[in-house]
Structure formats: C-alpha cells, structure tokens
Design a protein around this ligand. Structure first.
Ligand code: HAM
Length: 415
C-alpha cells in the first residue's frame, strides 16, 4: 500500500462541492473589485523566494521544498504566491500597465511544516495582489475585499487584526530598540531567536516558543516608532476602515512571517479553529518589486488558506453545499426499456437536467435502492407494458408518493 506524502490531502468527491463553492465565491467577489486571474509556475528559481520572501525567514530557512534539476539548477516548489506574481509582472513587461493593477490566484503552495489541523505541507491559497497605489484607501479596499469574502462564506467569528511595521525610514530605529530589549534576555531566548537577534530581530516577535513569546509580550512596539508618514498612513487606514463599517483590532505584535512587508500588515483570526487560527494574512510590500529587479511600484495583498476557511465555515455553522443529485433516475426492465431510458436520459441532459438510468444490469429492486442512495429526486420505472401504454409511474423519492404520467409529458416534471 503506497500512502500519500505526510502533510498532503486527498479531497474526496463529497468534499469538492464545498471547495468549488469557496473557489466560485472568491473568484466572483474578486472580479467585482476589478481583479483578474493570473497563473504562474508551481516551481520557480530558488533565488526568487530567497530574495523575495527573505533569507532569514523560517519559510526560506526551514520550510522550502528545494531540488536540483538534471542540469543542477536549484528550484523550489512555491511556498507562497506574491513573489511569483511580482516576477511575472516584471518578466512580462506589465509594470507600465494602467494602475492600479489587480490580480488574484488560486494555487497550491508547499511548506515543510509540522502538519496539524489547518496546517499541511501542500496547502491551497486564494491570494490577491494590487500594484500601483501607495494610498491608504488602497489598503482599506484590499481589506474590505478580504472582509467581504469571509462574510460571504458564512464565517462569523473572524476578527481583523491590523498593525503597521513601518518603512525603511523608521524601522532601523525600532530594530535597534528591539535588539536593546532582547539582548537583556539573550540567555533565555531559544537558539533560533539568539540567531535572529543578529539577523532579523523582528522575527523574535513571531517565535512560537513559550519563553520567547512571554519575553516578546513586553517588547517595544513598532507603532511607537513610526515616522510621520507611516503614522499618517496608519491613521488614515483606521479612519477609512471605520467609515466603511469594518471592525478591527490594532495588534502591535503582528509582524507576519515574510520579510517583504512595509507599513500595513493584517490578519483575520478565527477563535474557533485551534492553533492555526489565521484564515487570512496580508499586507503592504512597497519595496518588493524593486528588490526583484522591477520599477519602484508599491503593492499590497493577502492570501487565505482554503482548509482554514473550511474549518472556520464549519465552526460558524455555515450552510455547506451538498453534492449534486439526479433530478430523475430511470429504473428499467428489459432491453426496450433500456433503449428508451438511454435516449430519454440523453434528451434530458441536453436540456441541462441531471438524469441517469441503470447501466449495470441490476434488478429493479436494486435499481430503486440505488436511486435512493444517490438521492435521486424522482424515479421512473419502465418495462414493456409501460412503453406500450405510453405511460409510466413516477415516484417522488422525498415524499414517497407515486403518480402515473404520460411518457411524452414526462420531461416537464423535471424542469
Ligand atoms: P502567509 O501568511 O504565509 O502569507 O499565508 C497566507 C495564508 O495561507 C495563512 O493565513 C493561512 O491561512 C494559509 N497558510 C499558510 N501556511 C499554511 C499551511 N502550512 N497550511 C495551511 N494553510 C496555510 C502569504 O503567503 C502571503 N503571500 C500573503 C500575501 C499576499 N501578502 C501579500 N500578498
């Protein structure tokens, strides 16, 4: 028996209607906001993520699926979508298109993490990216898109957390304050955080070790170190969110796990789906395009994990779509009846009706049982007598009642 790799999933047919419902909802909502779909490769040059996501992040240091191809080039299965979208825009010469440029994607991503509820090694993301506006009204619009999607999916308990992590102007001052603070505790920090103290002290705020997170609770807050422009940006964002009726909590310790962020960062957190509670994470990344060799174009976006959305929908008691069931199932006796049923089913399918008939050669009793099992709305039993009389018995499978109908009028019952 060969099993699937740890941390991957099989999505079985009874679950795919829910996945499709989510995919349709995110696509339709993103379209209303002017977003168009982009598709990029599943693997990219390793350097794209090392430079884009950041060398000192956990994603790059510990979680990437990196391999050499036969020509000894290093590639990586994408751990996220933003860096690829930025690369694609630069490579396809789209950075001078009409702005703002708005793109969305539905992709699988790969991270070598410890699997648990809401966290897998191959996972599915819906992501959006907007380029060409540094204005806080763009941040508010992007957040309102995420908020609308979460609401449309019937998720009730997701709380929006926002923060600003400043810009290259003000972050060095904050970095220094963090280093000063954490140096006093360097004996207590975990090995990774002692390293982070030198390479990327902001990452300590994200550490999951209980000791480090306890120390981090009293660390200086970026919000107190923002430069004038970053402060104005953040204040305008909060005003816009309030005017749009979007509730938020300012959470000074959100730093996000990827290095490209500047100014606004945000997460929607669901209180009822366990430790992996961030259903959506995103923020502004005004320096990424330039970092990857493109023009100095600001960007902002977010991504949602589809499995976490599903967990949150279920926890909220959202109405979940069911598998499609046939409108009618023909139970047949004899070859003439099979011929009739095959042709009738074809006509009904042409009219857009989900119809089916026995193609296994079962007894009528087993056919009725099967019709019940697949939740057919109606069953029609047809044998030689019925064909000769031009009539058949139509059984309502929900109410259990039956009635006689003219065969030539039968289709009207299902439209
Ligand atoms: P991220 O926070 O790394 O951001 O991931 C976004 C979302 O993907 C998370 O909030 C979570 O719902 C889901 N997710 C992440 N890792 C896993 C996992 N191992 N298993 C299941 N779900 C997971 C990004 O990826 C950024 N590219 C988002 C972004 C777009 N920022 C700006 N634009």
């Amino acid at each position: 028996m060969i099993s699937k790799p740890r941390g991957t999933m099989d999505i079985m047919p009874e679950e795919t209607p829910l996945w499709r419902f989510i995919e349709n909802t995110v696509r339709e909502t993103a379209s209303k906001y002017g977003y168009e779909e982009i598709r990029t490769p599943t693997f990219e040059s390793t350097e794209l993520f090392a430079r884009g996501v950041g060398d000192s992040t956990d994603v790059v240091q510990k979680e990437m699926y990196t391999f050499e191809d036969r020509e000894h080039r290093s590639f990586t299965l994408r751990p996220e979508g933003t860096a690829s979208v930025v690369r694609a825009l630069i490579e396809n010469g789209r950075c001078s298109d009409a702005m703002p440029l708005r793109l969305y994607y539905l992709i699988s991503c790969f991270r070598y993490e410890k699997p648990q509820a809401g966290r897998s090694r191959e996972f599915f993301q819906f992501g959006t990216e907007m380029f060409g506006s540094a204005d806080p009204s763009a941040d508010a619009t992007v957040i309102s898109l995420a908020n609308e999607i979460i609401g449309s999916l019937g998720i009730k308990d997701a709380v929006l957390h926002i923060n600003s992590i400043g810009c290259p102007e003000c972050r060095p001052g904050y970095r220094k304050a963090l280093v000063d603070y954490f140096t006093d505790y360097s004996g207590e920090l975990c090995d990774s955080c002692r390293e982070r103290l030198k390479t990327n002290p902001l990452r300590i705020l994200d550490c999951k070790s209980p000791v480090c997170s306890e120390i981090a609770k009293k660390a200086p807050k970026m919000i107190d170190y923002l430069c004038g422009e970053c402060k104005d940006h953040f204040e305008s964002l909060t005003e816009y969110l309030s005017s749009m009726g979007i509730r938020y909590e300012i959470d000074p310790y959100i730093v996000r796990g990827l290095d490209y962020y500047t100014r606004t960062v945000f997460e929607f957190i669901s209180g009822s789906i366990g430790a992996q509670s961030t259903v959506c994470g995103g923020g502004r990344y005004d320096g990424l395009m330039k970092e990857l060799g493109g023009p100095d174009l600001p960007g902002i976006g977010f991504a949602m994990g589809l499995t976490r959305l599903i967990l949150a929908m279920k926890a909220s008691g959202a109405e979940l779509p069911a598998s499609a069931a046939p409108a009618v199932y023909f139970c047949t006796m004899g070859k003439e009846a099979v011929k009739y049923a095959l042709s009738k089913v074809a006509v009904l399918r042409e009219k857009g009706i989900y119809a089916d008939c026995d193609i296994v050669g079962r007894s009528v009793k087993s056919q009725m049982k099967y019709a019940d099992k697949i939740k057919a709305r109606y069953a029609v039993v047809i044998g030689d007598n019925e064909l000769q009389a031009g009539k058949a018995v139509l059984k309502d499978m929900i109410q259990g009642s039956s009635k006689e109908v003219e065969l030539k009028e039968l289709w009207k019952e299902f439209v």
